[in-house]
Every structure is written in structure tokens, then in C-alpha cells.
Ligand binder design. Structure first.
Ligand code: GDP
Ligand code: ZN
Length: 457
């Protein structure tokens, strides 16, 4: 039998209310010992809320005025008996109540332990459990929606469907191995290859979504580069809408790479502001320059800021060469001023949708920048509603394993390897996908196959 656990499940700090969650076989009995109201929790119906007081069990002294919710298993998040105590006081009274609960022999829950129990008790599958954790950590609205989709089991559903098809294929192969004389449709190599190719297509679709999912979840790592004084810090500030970076007229002031998350038209950007990429004797400045170089290689997106009011500098021409084949956008800043820069030079290297006129000073062009970024990363379509974004490294790894196994099956079928050998590859793919949704690898494949495919008939 598992221990009963408890924890504060609302964020730390001052809030209107705070909730203590208790889960396990003893949760109701334990709460009865420290909760005074007209009756006993042991007798109340499940999913009911009760008003009363938390009292010291030894002297009956009132500690806090609370609402207690009782949810008997299996209709609870963990599938165990769950009690939630809502306190209306600040953090001190919540800790007092939790302290009393723990004194009754309940153990403090480890981080994620409620979710882990929900998984172990079969209430949610592994991808859903992982998504709950992502949900808590989600940095933007969009990331939150993706995690939510996953909690709802979208990825699991697709993976399970894929596994189902692989089991059917394996069953088909199995029959051909065991009962070659049996009256079944003859299994051709072309047929196996076709089935594998279909499954690989689905895996590719999920893996492609992983790239976009990663971006939406973690933010596009964005480097703002350009010569001193073109307006990099101003752009950063406009994006961050506060004054974290130092804006000054003195060239080369921004010496540190400042990390900042911002949200541009719903796209999370993880910004790296860099010092001007200018050779200089200044040692501090040089460190800044080194780091800018790193930023150029680390970034998913490079915003090259140009002051259109000045002729292009050699450094800028060099920078354009360096970034033109990467995911990059030329920000044509200071568009409130007359043009002095040679626009044809950049137009020869960047398509029009990657050159964005802007005046940070006049607060103009940010929307267009957002559109250009969406266009670059999502082909203009930034609709998360119908897509399952795979965003978890473990999932990506397993999907890749499954894909590789199916490619081997395809090759084997191509070279007319005996089908029981091909079967091994397909099974391998099937097992990797099973690990993804948390099905125990030891489950009987044969049972599954026979439930799919009735041989007696
Ligand atoms: P950085 O060295 O590239 O980070 O440039 P800053 O952001 O420090 O800006 C340098 C100077 O250009 C500051 O005086 C800004 O106010 C000014 N500046 C920035 N953007 C614009 C703009 O769009 N138009 C005009 N006219 N001035 C700007
Ligand atoms: Zn700056």
C-alpha cells in the first residue's frame, strides 16, 4: 500500500486562498482528526465541500477557517482518496495547517508526485503526465495551449493509432510465418514496404511538428546584431517594453549579452542583445564581440539591424554575407530618417519578405517584424489548433528510433530478407512507440496480435 502524501498545491506567496492537497488511503481519516465541522468526513458523499475549522487535535484550538473537499478514488486526479483543504489565510496559516497534517503521519509529497501517482494508477499516460509538467512550466500562452492539447492525450492518440496499424501488420506477417498454407492474402514485400512507408510519413509529420513545437515552447532564440548605434538596444527595449538594456548614444555600450523573453504577436522570442560586431582594442568590448559571434551560431533567428540613414559599412556587408543563408531578417531601422544606405545591395541578397522597414523611435514596424518571423518559421500559418506539437525530448528520441527501425524494415523488404527478420524491425518500432505512451514493454505482443487477428476462423 502506498503512503498518504500531502503538499501545498497553490503557488507560494500571498494569495487569496491556498490549497493543501492530500492523497492516499489515509487522507480522509487523517483530515477528520484535525477538522471540526458538523459531522465526519468519513461519512460524507464523494465530491462534496464542507465548511469548518482546522483544530489542534490535542486541545481543540482553532488554527484556521477552511473549506474541505472530499474526492474518493477512483474519481480523483490520482485515483486515490483525495482531500483538498482550502485555507483563506496567507502562507503562514497554510504552513501551520500543512504542519498539522504532516504531524498525523502523512508524508510531504515530492515534486510531481501527485502526477506520478496518476500515471502509475493508470489515470493518465506518460505523455500526459509529462505534459502536466510542461503545463506548469509553460512560458507563453501558446506553449500553454500545446501542453494542454497533450494533456488531453492528442499525441498518445496518434501514437496508439500508429501502433495499432503496426500490430496489424505484424499479425499479418505472423500468420504468413506460422501458417503459410493458411488461406490469407499473400504477403508481398511491396505490401510491407507500403505499410512501413505510410507509418514513416506519420512519424515524419510528428517529428516536423517537434521543431515548431520546440520553438513555441522554448522561444525562438534570437540574436540582434548590427553595428554600434543602429538601434539594437532600442529594438530590444521596444520588444521588451521596458528599459532593461542601456540605450545610449555612445557606440558599443551594450557589452553584455542580455537574455530576455518577449512575446511578439504570440511568438515567444528568447532575445540575445549583442554588442556591435566591431573590431576594437577595448578588452571588455572584445569579450562582447566574442559573445556576439557565439550568438550568431547559437541563434535560431538573426535580426540584422541596419541604420538606413547611413551608407552601408563594410562590416555590415560582411554580416549580410554571414547571415543571408540562415534564418535571418534585415531590420531597416531609422526609417523615419532619409535613406542613405544602398538598398539594392541588400535586395540582391535578401528576398523582400526578409527586409523589414522599421522605426523603433516612432514605434513603427514591430507588427511587420512579427509577421516576417511567423512567415519564416511557420510558412505564415501560425495555427496551433489542429496540430499536435511534439515538444518533449524523450518523445522525439523515441519517434526517431521508431522511424529508423521502420526504415530498416523497408530496406530489408527491398532486399527480400526473410519476413521473420523484417518482423524484428517492425516490432522494434512498435516497442519504441509503446515506451512513448508508457505501455510496459513486457506486455505480451502475442496476446495483442491474437486479439487483433482471429486465426480460428
Ligand atoms: P545600439 O548601439 O545599436 O544598441 O543603438 P541604440 O539602441 O543604443 O540606439 C542608438 C541611437 O539611435 C539612440 O540615440 C536611439 O535613440 C537612436 N535610434 C534608435 N532607433 C531609432 C529610430 O528608429 N529612428 C531614429 N531617428 N533614431 C533611433
Ligand atoms: Zn546597444
Amino acid at each position: 500500500m502506498t503512503e498518504t502524501i500531502a503538499a501545498i498545491s497553490t503557488p507560494a506567496g500571498e494569495g487569496g486562498i491556498a490549497v493543501i492537497r492530500i492523497s492516499g488511503a489515509d487522507s480522509i481519516e487523517t483530515t477528520d482528526r484535525i477538522f471540526s465541522f458538523k459531522g465526519k468526513l468519513a461519512d460524507v458523499a464523494t465530491h462534496t465541500v464542507h465548511y469548518g475549522h482546522i483544530v489542534h487535535p490535542s486541545n481543540g484550538e482553532r488554527v484556521e477557517e477552511v473549506l474541505v473537499t472530499v474526492m474518493r478514488g477512483p474519481r480523483s486526479f490520482t485515483t486515490e482518496d483525495v482531500v483538498e483543504i482550502s485555507c483563506h489565510g496567507g502562507i503562514i496559516s497554510v504552513k501551520k495547517v500543512l504542519g498539522l497534517v504532516l504531524e498525523q503521519g502523512v508524508r510531504l509529497a515530492e515534486p510531481g508526485e501527485f502526477t506520478k501517482r496518476a500515471f502509475l494508477n493508470g489515470r493518465i499516460d506518460l505523455t500526459q503526465a509529462e505534459a502536466v509538467i510542461d503545463l506548469i512550466r509553460a512560458k507563453s500562452d501558446r506553449a500553454f495551449k500545446i501542453a494542454l492539447k497533450q494533456v488531453e492525450g492528442n499525441l498518445s492518440k496518434q501514437v496508439k493509432e500508429l501502433r495499432h496499424r503496426l500490430v496489424e501488420l505484424m499479425a499479418h506477417i505472423e500468420v504468413n510465418i506460422d501458417y503459410p498454407e493458411h488461406d490469407v492474402e499473400e504477403l508481398t514485400n511491396a505490401y510491407i514496404k507500403d505499410k512501413c512507408a505510410n507509418a514513416i510519413l506519420d512519424l515524419d509529420r510528428l517529428l516536423l511538428s517537434a521543431e515548431q513545437g520546440k520553438i513555441l515552447r522554448e522561444g525562438i532564440v534570437t540574436a540582434i546584431v548590427g553595428r554600434p548605434n543602429v538601434g539594437k538596444s532600442s529594438l530590444l527595449n521596444a520588444l521588451a517594453q521596458d528599459n532593461k538594456a542601456i540605450v545610449t548614444d555612445i557606440p558599443g555600450t551594450t557589452r553584455d549579452v542580455i537574455e530576455e523573453y518577449v512575446n511578439l504577436n504570440g511568438i515567444p522570442l528568447k532575445l540575445l542583445d549583442t554588442a556591435g560586431l566591431r573590431e576594437t582594442e577595448d578588452i571588455v568590448e572584445r569579450i562582447g564581440v566574442e559573445r556576439s559571434r557565439n550568438a550568431l551560431t547559437d541563434a535560431d533567428l538573426i535580426l540584422l539591424v541596419i541604420n538606413r540613414n547611413e551608407p552601408l559599412h563594410e562590416d555590415e556587408k560582411l554580416l549580410m554575407e554571414q547571415v543571408k543563408d540562415k534564418q535571418s531578417i534585415v531590420v531597416l531601422n531609422k526609417s523615419d530618417l532619409p535613406t542613405a544606405a544602398d538598398l539594392s545591395y541588400m535586395e540582391a541578397r535578401f528576398p523582400p519578405e526578409r527586409i523589414v522597414p522599421m522605426s523603433v523611435k516612432e514605434n513603427e514596424g514591430l507588427d511587420r517584424l512579427g509577421e516576417a518571423i511567423a512567415n519564416l518559421f511557420f510558412g505564415g500559418q501560425l495555427e496551433t489548433n489542429d496540430i499536435t506539437y511534439v515538444s518533449n525530448v524523450r518523445h522525439i528520441h523515441l519517434l526517431n528510433n521508431a522511424k529508423r527501425a521502420l526504415e530498416e524494415a523497408q530496406n530489408a523488404a527491398d532486399q527480400f530478407v526473410p519476413i521473420d527478420m523484417i518482423q524484428i524491425d517492425i516490432r522494434n518500432a512498435w516497442e519504441n512507440l509503446g515506451e512513448l505512451v508508457g505501455d510496459s514493454v513486457g506486455e505480451s505482443l502475442i496476446d495483442q496480435i491474437f486479439s487483433q487477428f482471429c486465426l480460428g476462423k
